[in-house]
Design a protein around this ligand. Structure first.
Ligand code: ATR
Length: 286
């Protein structure tokens, strides 16, 4: 969406800090939301080298910037710079959204809740009492694991190319959720029993034409969410379609984390469908 932005002395500034940040879809989504609600605000990308993060974040807050998102590689490094951290961000151990007020920075994490909203809206799927297989053990997988367990998932199998990383994440999850059943393995090991949900939180499928697992071998019972959204249909999602398994790509998670960030900053209900259309338009322009 291209909205005319009129900048004046009262314009509130938001942005995204990343390295690289040029391919971010968040400016399109957030500026469309500001325009739809008639808010005097703009959202811009800030390319920030890892070593510059402390200087940039403190400088933005001091300059009166109202808030910002963080993307790779800043989601962990921002933590010690914050004055306040929400309990969900503390549990996940990463922050993707910061609100600045009078030079103070409060951080939260909307990735986990955005993932849960996508599961609920796009797949009508709820974690309580269910079993899930999670592929990946990086930053995204961590947020997803904690969010699923927080919502009462009964059993989680974390499978990763580097099994030690899956074991480390599973150990953290066991400490936080002692009532849940946790297992860690390499990618190729089959789950103990057919999971209700499969989540791909690896980068496999992102333009490489590959699939992290052979879906027919896993026997997923209810739903599959692949957090990759470029291309919109990964080889894993194509296998789900062929097996008639309800599935969704990562667009919904991206949309909902942005929707939640907008609310954290403005305390206004964000226009979800406007943001979805802006995302789709920005993706189509790529
Ligand atoms: P993010 O923040 O998106 O989670 P990350 O922390 O770099 O990014 O994690 C990327 C994930 O994709 C990891 O689980 C990684 O596996 P390793 O821990 O073994 O590196 C996984 N991944 C990346 N490339 C992969 C590949 N070619 N095959 C299998 N897994 C891969």
């Amino acid at each position: 969406m291209s909205a005319a932005v009129s900048v004046d002395g009262k314009t509130r500034l938001y942005g995204i800090l990343g390295h690289p940040v040029t391919s971010s879809l968040s400016p399109a989504m957030q500026n469309a939301a500001f325009a739809a609600l008639g808010l005097n605000a703009v959202y811009v990308p800030f390319p920030v080298q890892p070593r510059q993060l402390p200087k940039v974040a403190r400088g933005l807050a001091a300059a009166g910037v109202a808030g910002f998102n963080l993307t790779v590689p800043h989601k962990l490094a921002i933590l010690p710079l914050l004055d306040e951290i929400t309990p969900e961000a503390r549990a996940i151990g990463a922050v993707n959204t910061v609100r600045c007020e009078n030079g103070r920075m409060s951080g939260t994490n909307t990735d986990g809740e955005g993932f849960l909203l996508s599961l609920a809206h796009d797949l009508a799927w709820q974690p309580e009492g269910k079993r899930a297989l999670l592929l990946g053990a990086g930053g995204a997988a961590r947020g997803i694991a904690i969010s699923l367990l927080e919502k009462g998932l009964a059993a989680l199998h974390i499978a990763n190319r580097t099994p030690e990383k899956a074991e480390a994440l599973a150990a953290d999850c066991r400490d936080l959720y002692p009532g849940a059943e946790l297992r860690a393995s390499g990618l190729e090991e089959a789950p103990d029993s057919a999971p209700h949900l499969l989540v791909n939180a690896t980068t496999v499928g992102m333009g490489d034409g590959a699939s992290p697992v052979e879906l027919a071998r896993v026997g997923v019972r209810e739903a599959l969410l692949d957090i990759v959204y470029t291309p919109p249909e990964t080889p894993l999602l194509a296998q789900a379609a062929a097996l008639d398994l309800p599935h969704a790509n990562g667009m919904g998670m991206l949309l909902h984390q942005g929707w939640l960030a907008f609310r954290f900053w403005t305390e206004r209900e964000a226009p979800l469908e406007v943001m979805r259309a802006a995302l789709q338009e920005a993706l189509a322009r790529r």
